[in-house]
Each structure stands twice: as C-alpha cells, then as structure tokens.
Design a protein around this ligand. Structure first.
Ligand SMILES: Nc1ncnc2c1ncn2[C@@H]1O[C@H](COP(=O)(O)OP(=O)(O)OP(=O)(O)O)[C@@H](O)[C@H]1O
Length: 832
C-alpha cells in the first residue's frame, strides 16, 4: 500500500491505541520507508506514547489499503474525513487537488440521513380550514356608489379592471372624500386623521390614493383656481413607504390613475395638471432636486431621502401640504426609521403651519382638507404605531376591514379591547390562505426546500396555474447563496461567470451619485476653463457609458435558469443590490408568469407581486408582524395561496407564538416532501436527496468564490439568528443550533470551527440610517428592528457580541463571530 504499509489509525482516541500496531512499511523507495517510520515514531514520542508499549501510529496518508487494518475504527460521533475530492464539478477527478488547496480546510462528507433524531415536542396549533376569500371585492356596491367621481371610476375600470370596492375601500373611501361627496352614516362630517387597518392584498393603496385624486380633480371645477399654476402650488400630498420597491409600485398606480381621458360630460381634460414624483435612496438626487424645483403635486418617497430633501432642497415647497400618508406605518415607525420620521414630522409641522396662515385668506380650495390630514395604513398594528399615532395624529378615527367593526374614534389601544380581540386585530391573514409548517432537521433543510420547489414545478403541467414562489431568507448573503446555488449547481459553469455575478457590480450602490460627480477633480487650470468643461464632459460620458454597460450586464443576469429546476427563472431581491438591478428584478418578477424569487424582507412589505402562488419562509421571520406580511404576498384580492414555514425541531415553540396571535397552521411532514424526490413507483427518496446534497456540496467546492459565498451565508445566518428579539429567545437561541448541521444546510463540508469568517466587503454604500446622507434605508438587520431598550439590554447581557449595522457590510456588521460561537464550539469539542 502507498502509505508505506502503516496500518491506518483514523485518529483513534488514546484509549484505542492499544488495539493498533505498527507494521513494517513495504514497497516504495527504502528512503521513503525509513522516513515514514521515523516520522511515526517522532509523533508517538512527542505525544508521550512508546511505539513498543502502545503502538498507535497516526498517519496523514489515508488512501485505502490493500492490507486490512488490524484495528477497526469505532463508530465515531464525528463523520469520517472525506478524502474523496474526486467528485469535483464535472464528476471527474480533475479539480480534486485544487479544491483541497483552494479552500484550505478539511472537508467532511457526512450523510444527511444519519439517525440522530431529535425529539420534537408536540404543540397545539390552530387548524383553521381554508375559508372564503376575505379580501376580495364586494359585489354589493360600486365606486360611484361610495362617492367617487364617475370619470375616475370609469377610468379605473378600463385601466385597472377595478369595478367594485373591497371592504376596506367601501368603509374608508367615504371618510377620506371631501365634505361634498361623503355618503353614508357614521362618517365624520369634517376631515380627520385616519388609521386604516386591513388584511394584506385588500387594496389599501387605492383606498388612500383614490380620495386624494378625487379631491384634486374635483377642485378643477372651481373657477377661481388657476390650473396652469397648479404645479407651483408645490407638494399637496406626500406618501411615505419603507421600501424603494413599494414606492415605485405606488408611483406606478398613481401614474395610471392620473392619466385620465377628457370628461365624457364636459369634454374637458381632467387630472392632466397633477404631477406625480418620487424620491428614494439609490436614485440620483440631482434630478430629484430638479423635479422638486419645478413642482411635484403628489410625492412618493422613502424616509431617508425625503428628510434629506426637506433639509437640503430649498425649492422643495411643502407649504400647502394637505395629505400625509404613512403606508406600512408600523414598519415606518420602527427603530431605524423612527428618527427620520420624527424629524420629517417636525419639519412638516413647522412649514405647513406657516403656509396655512399665509394662504388661508385667499384659499378657495375648500374641497381639500383645511389642515394636514394624516393617514396611517397597515395590515398590522403594533405598539409603535399606537405610540406614534398618539404623537402625530390629531383626533383620528380607526377603520378596520373586519366585517362587523364600526368606525371608531381614537387609536385602538390595548386597554380599549380585550387581549384576544387585540391579537386578532393585530394579526389577521386572508381566510383563503392555506398556512403550513414543516419541521425539519437542519441538515435536511436544503434538500427539503429543493424537493418542495421541484415538486411544485413538476406538478405545474397538471395544474391550471403555473407556480410563482417567493422564498424568504434572513440575510442578503443567504439570498445570494441560494440564488447562485439553484442557478448553477449541477451544471457546468465557467469560473468567470461566478465572479461576474457575485463579485461584480451587483453589490454596488449608487446612492451618492451626485457627490461622486462633484468629486471629479478640477485638474485643469482656471485659465483654461473650456478645456476643463470638455474634460469633465468626457469623464461624465465615460461614466455614463460604463453605467449603461453595467446595467446591460446586470439585466442579463436578472433571472437565471439552473439544472436543479430546469426552465424555471430564478430571481433574487435584497437591499444590497444596486438600485437599478433591484428595480428591474422587481418589475421582471411582476411580469413573469412563473418562477422563484429568493428575497429578504425587503420583499415582505406591501409589494403587489401578481399571481404569487406560494410563499416559503425558509428562515422564520424576525418579527411576528413580518410573518403576516410575508405570507400576504400570496392570496391577494380573494385569490388562493399557500404558505409554508420551515422550522427546526428546536424551534417548534414558535408555533405557540403564532397560535397566540390567532394564526392558523397545519403540519406537513418532511418525509412527505422528500418522498417527492423518489423515482416513479418507488419510495426510495434518500439516495436522490443525497445526490442533490452532494451536487450542492460539489458546487461549493468548485471554486473559492462559491465557497466564500456559502461561508458568508452561513455566518450571516448565525448572526441573524443571534438577533431575534428577546421575546423569542426561548425559541431561537444560538445555543440550540447544531452548527454542523447548519453548515450542511449551506452545503458546506467543513466543521463549523473551520469555517473562516467572511472578510469585510468593500463599500456598498447606501445603507445609511436616517436622513442627512440621502441614502434610503431599508434596514434589513434584525438588530435594527428591535426596540432600543431591548437592544441595549441584550448588549449588556452579551457585551462581546457586536451586532451594529455599519455602512460597509452587506447585511450584518461583521462582529466578533468567534466570541459568538467560539465558546460553544469549544464546549462541543471538549465533550467529544
Ligand atoms: N376593488 C378592487 N378590485 C379589484 N382589484 C383591486 C381592487 N382594489 C385593489 N385592487 C388590486 O389589488 C392589488 C393589491 O392591492 P394593494 O397592493 O393596494 O393591497 P394592500 O392591501 O396594500 O396589500 P399589502 O398590505 O400587502 O400592502 C393591486 O393589484 C390592486 O390593483
């Protein structure tokens, strides 16, 4: 044997050494044989063991021997070392050495079906049968019947195919319409602030947009209004949202609504004077400024950028502001946005007050609210909303989409309603939504997800509706990893392709574009001004060309197709992608009839992604509210939908939290999902599942880039896990995790202690919190979603763990990982 005749000892514990013996090496050159014996002796001596008394030779050679070992290795808790790197990308041996050298760590190949079963406690859940659609349009009334302008109603019907209002529209639109149009009982006679709460996908956007547009077009008839100067009246309505995609979506609806044809009755143009606009992080501030200077009547924006313009854009005129809408209000009021929101409200309070005193004398627009009307909107109400509503709303009315709920005065507070009532009120999901959960061991997670996706698309031919699936993950790194994995595992790929995708322009942000432009050095002397301009122009042109080329390249990568799910377009969406790529991905996924979107919670709020059939919460949400919003991307407007939540055996108590909030759930067994991988007429699923896992693992081993993405995703998972709120710590605690199995779920063969921490990434920009910098701030870190108090408390409890968000990392600030899991790993090693 090549090992020089040494009997192999698979790192036996010292107690077993007596069973091993040293046999003389045979074959090969004598020099090598002597060297081998000497080296073994040296090691044995240094470990204080004599070769004669207890021969326990160890060797790095691990090639199978033709001489049978005299010692049989005891079945070990640790999986065996895998030296079989032959299964590289193409299934041949070519890359094996590279893989070993490239990744620098010992790779372990263990079975995903080893029998280390975990005991799963039984938890009682609410098992609600799928009900009748609760967010569908009603067939009992029409838009004109609830007071909407006839032209507007007709226009909506022809452009949006919207004819009958939903429950929340039927209740809230009359309250928000002007005094001349209000119809119905129990409606305040004057304009008042409003809190709107309705299920996901129940048409809240139209609920607040229609009355605003209706009141603007109604004022066209007032003879004293000079329509041509309307643009100069400045911003009349501001709609704030927590994410850029949602802002774009609202703008799109708004633009559609205001492109009204001339009135059929009078022949006059309608709504043509209304100028909509958007200000969001990631867009060019310079062009936003220019648009604001000319005048934007209805402005949609995200808080950071909006505050920036309020503070720095002199020509941004909000003196006549009549409406302020906070869409997804509870998210807007969470930590991370709170500071910006408070500053925005302060500025608006100051400026709009001045305007009222200046203009009220000749203000003939009695059809508009006489002072700023604030509208809060969300599917979930939280304590934050109640707190902020208290300070920013004046005498509000509360409108809920619940069937029998009347319009009430005041903010719904804990004391007002009983606990059960409040819980149901906080978290209600569409009745027709089917909600499932699967409990799976960490090492089986990846293959279970694969089996689930595969079976959904395999059955597509049999069902009328093609599957369109959103998979929610806890970090940007994890999104990149899973997207890359499903797109590329199992198929041949050139190294450059990987590099392009994940290490190219996709990570860059361009929030500070105008700053960058200003930074261009004025290196030509003042006496030569014309040349300076020419040089600058050249540089701008070169930059523009580069941007265009990059955008083109990025567009080509919007959706990828892989071997694992043949012909299924795969998308990814998270906050660290360049804005252009984010926007394009969002619109592409909207357009596609079938596909998979891997996303962080950036896609959880408000996005109206048409025809999504399934939601997979592969990582549980960091906040119960997000559960509601994530599953709400399906089962919209009365349509069917299905949502599946992945849980580890140690997380099963999460179901108690869901049950306490009135959220129904029904189990689906992991075996029944994995069984979908079995060949026809067979029940053997373990081999196909193992093959899939191996294929994923080979993909990681294929290149250092793939490996780095997987390792980064693993660490991001660990970090995000550590930031669950304290109320969920009994469910999600890092000490309950089997990190080896978690590594397996990222297709890593390394022991967790061997997985190197990711290096800090270069500047990604745009992750500024609050205003001032102009960056928009969908802050996806769990750390930032906590209340300050909670965060501080945890910081005190775990002083070593650094979980602060920084501008220059992708999802979580790279804190001291070792301090996080190091002691745990040491303990585990010591036990073994
Ligand atoms: N009355 C209606 N009839 C038919 N379609 C409607 C009606 N109202 C709204 N829609 C459509 O329903 C979809 C969902 O609307 P929207 O995004 O406003 O829901 P939402 O309640 O805000 O959901 P979320 O809570 O998830 O933000 C949109 O495509 C919208 O055009």
């Amino acid at each position: 044997m090549d090992s020089g005749g040494l009997v192999l000892n698979f790192a036996t514990p010292s107690g077993d050494s007596a069973h091993a013996r040293l046999s003389k090496p045979k074959g090969g050159r004598w020099k090598d044989r002597v060297k081998a014996v000497k080296s073994v002796k040296r090691r044995l001596n240094s470990s204080g063991t004599s070769t004669t008394s207890s021969p326990s030779p160890r060797t790095e050679f691990s090639t199978p021997s033709s001489t049978a070992p005299t010692w049989t290795p005891k079945e070990h808790a640790r999986p065996r070392l895998n030296n079989d790197f032959n299964d590289d990308w193409n299934g041949d041996s070519a890359g094996s050495k590279d893989a070993k050298v490239m990744h620098g760590k010992s790779q372990v190949q263990s079975s995903i079906f080893s029998p280390d079963t975990e005991i799963v406690p039984k938890v009682k859940t609410i098992q609600r049968p799928v009900g009748k659609p609760s967010n569908a349009p009603l067939n009992t009334s029409t838009f004109t019947g609830i007071g909407l302008d006839e032209d507007l109603a007709k226009h909506m019907e022809s452009k949006l195919n919207v004819t009958m209002p939903t429950t929340i529209q039927q209740k809230a639109i009359p309250v928000l319409l002007g005094p001349t149009r209000r119809v119905g009982d129990n409606i305040p006679k004057t304009d008042t602030d409003v809190i709107i709460q309705a299920e996901t996908g129940s048409g809240k956007t139209l609920t607040y947009l229609l009355p605003i547009i209706n009141r603007l077009i109604e004022s066209e008839a007032a003879p004293e209004l000079d329509l041509d100067s309307k643009r100069s009246v400045g911003t009349l309505a501001i709609i704030m949202t927590p994410t850029r995609e949602l802002a774009k979506q609202i703008l799109q609806v708004l633009e559609t609504l205001i492109r009204m044809p001339a009135s059929s009755a009078t022949g006059k143009k309608r709504s043509h004077w209304i100028v909509p606009g958007i200000v969001i992080g990631g867009d060019k501030k310079k062009s936003e400024k220019a648009r604001l200077r000319k005048g934007v009547n209805i402005l949609v924006g995200t808080p950071g950028r909006l505050l920036d313009h309020l503070q720095n854009t002199q020509s941004f005129n909000v003196q006549s502001l009549r409406w302020l809408v906070l869409d997804e209000a509870d998210r807007l009021l969470e930590l991370g946005f709170e500071e910006s929101m408070t500053a925005i409200l302060k500025i608006l309070d100051a400026r709009v007050k001045i305007a009222a005193s200046v203009t009220s004398a000749n203000d003939t627009t009695k059809l508009w609210p006489q002072k700023r009307q604030t509208v809060l909107c969300s599917a979930t109400l939280s304590d934050e909303v109640q707190r902020l509503a208290g300070s920013s709303l004046v005498d509000p009315v509360y409108i809920s989409a619940k069937k029998d709920a009347a319009i009430t005065k005041g903010i719904p507070m804990k004391e007002v309603t009983g606990p059960e009532e409040k819980q149901a009120q906080q978290f209600s999901t569409p009745e027709q939504l089917k909600q499932l959960y699967v409990i799976t061991q960490a090492k089986l997670r990846l293959v279970t997800l694969t089996a689930m996706l595969k079976s959904a698309f395999a059955n597509a031919a049999k069902t009328a509706k093609a599957p369109k699936i959103v998979v929610f993950l806890s970090s940007c790194d994890s999104v990149d990893f899973h997207h890359g994995l499903f797109a590329n595992a199992g198929k041949e790929m050139r190294k450059e392709d990987t590099q392009d995708r994940y290490f190219g322009q996709g990570f860059e942000q361009d929030d500070d574009d105008d700053e960058k432009e200003q930074e261009i050095p004025d290196f030509v002397s003042a006496s030569n001004r014309i040349d300076t301009k020419a040089v600058k122009d050249e540089m701008y042109k070169a930059k523009r060309d580069m941007e265009r080329a990059e955008a083109k390249k990025a567009r080509a990568q919007l959706s990828l197709k892989g071997a694992m799910l043949p012909d299924v377009p795969l998308f990814r969406l998270h906050g660290n992608l360049a804005q252009a790529l984010r926007t394009d991905t969002y619109f592409e996924f909207c357009k596609t009839s079938s596909g998979v979107l891997f996303a962080t919670d950036v896609a959880a709020r408000g996005l109206d992604l048409p025809d999504v059939t399934h939601i997979v919460q592969y990582d549980p949400p960091s906040d119960l509210k997000d559960y509601v919003h994530r599953v709400g991307r399906t089962a919209r407007l009365g349509r069917d939908g299905e949502a599946v939540l992945f849980l580890l055996p140690s997380e099963v108590k999460y179901l108690e939290l869901l049950t306490a909030q009135g959220l129904p759930n029904q189990e689906v067994s992991v075996t029944s999902i994995l069984m979908k991988l079995a060949p026809p007429k067979s029940t053997e699923y373990q081999q196909p599942a193992t093959d899939i896992q191996n294929s994923f693992e080979r993909y990681n081993l294929h290149s250092p880039e793939n490996m780095a993405v997987a390792r980064g995703a693993f660490w991001a998972f660990v970090k995000s896990y550590a930031t669950h709120p304290s109320t969920e710590k009994h469910v999600f605690h890092i000490k309950n995790l089997h990190l080896g199995h978690i590594a397996k779920s990222f297709a890593l063969r390394e022991a967790p202690s061997d997985i190197p921490q990711p290096k800090k990434k270069g500047k990604t920009g745009g992750k500024k919190i609050g205003g001032g910098g102009g960056g928009e701030e969908v802050d996806e870190t769990r750390a930032n979603r906590k209340s300050q108090k909670e965060h501080e408390k945890e910081e005190r409890m775990r002083p070593k763990i650094v979980l602060k968000r920084k501008n220059d990392v992708s999802e979580f600030a790279v804190g001291d990982y070792n301090s996080l899991v190091g002691p745990m790993l040491k303990r585990k090693k010591a036990k073994k």
